[in-house]
Design a protein around this ligand. Structure first.
Ligand code: ACO
Length: 706
């Protein structure tokens, strides 16, 4: 607990320091250390500033110190702008001076490899030794607009506002900063993570969750190194405020070599997509989309539901907004009778009196405003997108004021879609005064609004109870199977071993017996009951059917004898070197709905469970759902219902339905198995044959890593 409190106050000093030292405060205006000092001195920061430079007496009129150790007072934050080779020594001095927080702007660390990576490890060690928390290295620094603190070498500061931006790229910080100024977007904090050798996005999200000036957290990320911690933390943060992310690197290039279906379906991006979805983090795919939504969150309340009203004075814009609204999951509120009667009083008879409401080009600002006021006060309407085109008879500036006055009175979101050329800028400034974000493109307005609705739903979901069931299982039995594999230096389980693992976790498999001779096979088939299936049992043969080592639907002893010999012949011919454990005689279960349940271990996010329809559905349509484990009962249910093939399982059009509770339970049991045994790297139950009541894991593959 104490450690946590300490950590938090160290991060707080990144934004809220009482004093800052710039180590490497250069005398020369073209250097980064000089620019950082300049931004602190002239950016309005009110704390104490200490330039550190052994080669100077004063810089920018401030007394210089040769080292932080020579500063007589306490220092809260040290910004380092000396060449990388000098950073370890500086970090030592920072530790000796008891400075809790530092920003390492210097480049030349892990990003350059070799010696740089060594230097980075060195500074991490020194920081650990003294308990210093640091941002970077190779970073742009931070800006806190509310404290007028700018520790970067930017040429300008962003406008004050309520959006926090955390970026893994320094270059993107600079670009967004300038674009933000052009578009008048207000920021609370601006942070570049750099190499993330210590402080990362998780620490910062946690801190910003309680920052009163931040209403929405936006992130640009290239990787997440502590995936599980990210999910855990994000779920807590999202309950307090929305988190929006752009995650770069979505292509599947570099996908790992995998042998299971689950593995090949889990491309590089699946774990991220899954983790964001599970933690309630809203993903954007473009920078403008990210900040459009951020502006809506920073300025407007969250709607009670997806029921929106659209008002416009131009039919075409109304159509565009309507299409976009439908595509983005918004619902059109039904106007009450009272609203319609009221509208009839001032709208021309040829106006539409339904939602979306077209007040027509006939409407001046008074008429438009009366309509706006009427619909926003309709109890069926939970928010409004207000669109307007510049027309001669309409004073849009006046309209913007009128709308703004009313919008600030109601607790419903209002998003603007005032379109037009340069003249719209003035109108946008007016709307901004009333905290109404405006988008000159209908789809952008709708998408921003839709994210408000999405967040509302996310909050509802996150606040639902999550019940992670723990089944009574035979953990020891599985540990023994894995121990044996390790002893034999094997990573791939045979089908029988994989099924034994599943049985230990209460997952039902068809009856089977492994035999070593034809006579034993005949006996086993008698005991199990015809029809049966014969399969080779070998750790070296993965694709058994491909070489004719699986025979199904064997209805009597005569057929069994033939099938047995054929398998032996095929294996001798196609896999002469394979180690063979025997042949398994298995119960042939009746056909049913074939689904796949799989597992994969992601290097950042740990185990993921997959569910989908089996057979061609999984291969061609990739119709699958993933979740980071552990999977709760509700999540398992959602996995089943969110795939496109859900109706097939539900048994539409007279088809037999599958036992959804059985699938749900199997997903949860697999989740528990993956949680308990982190050495499982790949797992496929394919197919899991599902009947109206229960089902069987008919085939299974599993691989471990140790
Ligand atoms: N303590 C304090 N100051 C010292 C010390 C010391 N031990 N030793 C030397 N100094 C002084 C120097 O005398 C110099 O001051 P002066 O110009 O008055 O003489 C000052 O520190 C800077 O040292 P230089 O050797 O001149 O280093 P320079 O300024 O050329 O470069 C820098 C240092 C900026 C850290 C450089 O090595 C670097 O890494 N640049 C890239 C930074 C970067 O891009 N970071 C990522 C940002 S993200 C983005 O790209 C947007």
């Amino acid at each position: 607990m104490e450690e946590k409190l300490m950590a938090k106050s160290a991060i707080d000093k990144l934004f809220n320091p009482k004093s800052v030292a710039v180590v490497g405060a250069s005398r020369h205006s073209g250097k980064i250390g000089h620019a950082v000092l300049y931004n602190l001195v002239y950016g309005g920061y009110r704390g104490k500033i200490y330039p550190i430079n052994p080669n100077a007496n004063e810089v920018l009129g401030l007394q210089c110190y040769p080292s932080v150790l020579k500063v007589p007072e306490e220092i809260d934050l040290a910004v380092i702008t000396v060449p990388s080779v000098l950073v370890p020594q500086v970090m030592e001095e920072i530790g000796q001076k008891n400075i809790s927080t530092s920003i390492v702007i210097s480049s030349g660390f892990k990003e350059v490899g070799g010696e740089g990576a060594k230097l980075e490890r060195e500074i991490v060690e020194i920081a650990k030794k003294y308990g210093i928390r640091f941002l970077g290295p190779n970073c742009f620094g931070v800006i806190d607009t509310w404290n007028s603190l700018n520790t970067t070498f930017s040429s300008q500061s962003p406008l004050k506002g309520h959006i926090a931006f955390i970026s893994q790229s320094g270059a993107l910080c600079v670009a967004i900063l300038n674009q933000g100024l052009m578009e008048k977007i207000g920021f609370s904090k601006f942070i570049n993570l750099g190499n993330k050798a210590d402080i990362d996005e998780i620490d910062l999200m946690e801190y910003l969750a309680d920052d009163p000036q931040t209403k929405v957290i936006t992130l640009y990320l290239e990787d997440i190194r502590q995936g599980r911690k990210f999910v855990r933390t994000a779920r807590k943060v999202v309950k307090k405020k929305p988190v929006l992310v752009i995650k770069a690197g979505r292509t599947e290039e570099g996908e790992k070599a995998v042998s299971s279906h689950t593995g090949s379906l889990a491309g590089m991006d699946v774990a991220y997509e899954t983790a964001f979805k599970q933690s309630g983090v809203i993903r954007a795919y473009r920078i403008d989309e990210l900040f459009d939504a951020a502006e809506a969150f920073a300025n407007q309340p969250i709607p009670k539901s997806e029921k929106v009203a659209i008002i416009t004075n131009g039919g075409g814009v109304g159509v565009l907004l309507t299409d976009a609204a439908s595509l983005n999951g918004l619902k059109f509120a039904r106007f009450s009778q009272k609203t319609i009667e009221e509208l009839h009083k001032f709208l021309p008879p040829f106006a539409s009196f339904r939602n979306p409401l077209d007040v027509t080009g006939n409407a001046n600002e008074e008429v438009y405003f009366n309509a706006f006021k009427t619909i926003i006060n309709d109890p069926n309407v939970d928010g409004v997108i207000t669109a307007s085109l510049p027309l001669q008879i309409m004073d849009e500036r006046k309209l913007a004021h009128l709308i703004g006055e009313v919008a600030t009175q109601v607790k419903k979101p209002v998003i603007g879609c005032f379109m037009g050329g340069e003249e719209v800028e003035e109108v946008e400034d007016i709307l901004r005064k009333y905290n109404i974000p405006n988008y000159t493109e209908p789809e952008r307005a709708v998408k921003a609004y839709a994210k408000l609705v999405r967040y509302k739903k996310i909050l509802e979901e996150l606040n639902m109870e999550e019940n992670v069931v723990t089944f009574d299982v035979n953990r020891k039995g599985v540990a023994e199977i894995f121990k044996k594999l390790r002893e034999e230096n094997r990573t791939r389980l045979t089908e029988i071993e994989a099924k034994q693992v599943l049985e230990n976790y209460g997952i039902i498999v068809p009856k089977y017996r492994v035999v070593k001779s034809l006579e034993e096979a005949v006996e086993a088939a008698e005991d199990i009951g015809y029809p049966v299936v014969l399969k080779i049992v070998s750790p070296d043969i993965i694709h058994k059917s491909d070489i004719g080592a699986v025979k199904i639907n064997i209805i009597d002893e005569k057929k069994l004898r033939v099938a047995y010999q054929e398998i032996i012949r095929n294996v001798k011919k196609h896999a002469p070197k394979a180690v063979v454990h025997g042949i398994s005689v298995q119960e042939m279960v009746p056909s049913g709905i074939e689904v796949i349940i799989g597992g994969i271990k992601d290097p950042q996010f740990g185990p993921l469970v997959m569910f989908g329809l089996g057979g061609i559905y999984v291969e061609i349509f990739r119709d699958v759902a993933f979740r980071v484990t552990p999977v709760s009962e509700r999540e398992a249910e959602k996995m089943i219902s969110e795939i496109r093939g859900y109706n097939i399982i539900r048994g539409v059009r007279g088809r037999t339905r599958g036992d959804i509770n059985f699938i749900k339970e199997t997903i949860m049991r697999v989740s528990q198995l993956l949680e308990d045994f982190k050495e499982i790297s790949e797992l496929d139950i394919n197919p899991l044959t599902v009947h109206e009541k229960g089902g069987f894991a008919v085939d299974a593959r599993m691989k471990i890593k140790y």
